[in-house]
Design a protein around this ligand. Sequence first.
Ligand code: NAP
Ligand code: ZN
Length: 355
Amino acid sequence: MYKTKAYSAASAASPLALDTIPRREPTDRDVQMEILFCGICHTDLHFVRNEWSSFAPTVYPIVPGHEIVGRVTKVGGAVTGFKPGDLAGVGCMVDSDGVCPQCKAGREQFCPGVSLTYNGVDKHNTAPVTYGGYSESIVVDERFALRVPPNLDLAGAAPLLCAGITTYSPMRRAGVDKGQKMGVVGLGGLGHMGVKFGRAFGAHVVVFTHSPGKKEDALRLGADEVVVSTNAEEMGKHAGSFDFILDTVSANHDINAYLGQLRPGGHLSLVGAPGDPLPVVAFALIGGNRTLSGSMIGGIAETQEMLDFCGQHGITSDVEIIPIGDVNEAYERMLKSDVKYRFCIDMASLKGETG
Ligand code: NAP
Ligand code: ZN
């Protein structure tokens, strides 16, 4: 076991602050990396503030962060895919049983033995729960280390590990393609990646935003059209016309307004995860054989496929790079939808922190 610096929150009401956490020495199958960049996902904020307490209660202290890009510092004797000096990424998972039907199907996120990157089961008993990427280094089973295309900007690549795969996976499953009309609800970290993938897949992309000031950015990011969701006239214009809609909103909102935007047979995939239930009007689904589904991140092989796709197409997240000392302010800005379009922590800033 060794110690590493991290930022943790001691309770739902505490700000994130400098801490020291234990990490295991790499075992035979482990990859140890120095973390270079870590994106800030809205899920980090939900967990830090225990907003999902009824189904995923937070264990404190919590060290968030599951959009991790780093450089390998040490590998175990049985590791074949990485060597010291390589770039590597870690997303939302660090372990799974590897043998269940979900693992075999490449859906490790649904394995009963999955370990999430933070607030998850630490199978090595290094700490009460797993600790995430707001830290100097991390040690993961090789199966959960991803190869980061070397041509990508590293800070812009980090958010691909969660925001990237969470949008890529449902869009691929829905067959978003040329000639289709897709909507993206919410232009934040996930939403802006949905726009970039929609563009890359050749779809006609319409952004729904409740922030009128994001119109120009939405077009710059690749949207063909923008609808301000508080404007009834603009909302009415597209009613009943979408093949697919990706809903990324982090707060409570009227999902029926978006179900009504689908064409008959259309499909809305919910990836945003507000803590409270979202009421659904039966006729918003029945009237038009519409489908409402959910989607959780993506499996490891699909995450690698997404990273390779991003490498080939030069796709990264638009990031605002911050020192770790600004993380609490970044959370407040995220709550105000003031993110352009992902905060990413330069982890070198943690070295200088002395508390
Ligand atoms: P984010 O960067 O904060 O973006 C969320 C966006 O939702 C905002 O930028 C805003 O877009 C919109 N929004 C926020 N509050 C709103 C309100 N009151 N009414 C209407 N729109 C509102 O968050 P994120 O990191 O993209 O994450 C989004 C959600 O996805 C979170 O709940 C997160 O936990 C969840 N998530 C799920 C998965 C999964 O596997 N399913 C993975 C990662 C994250 P506009 O300003 O454009 O309206
Ligand atoms: Zn995330």
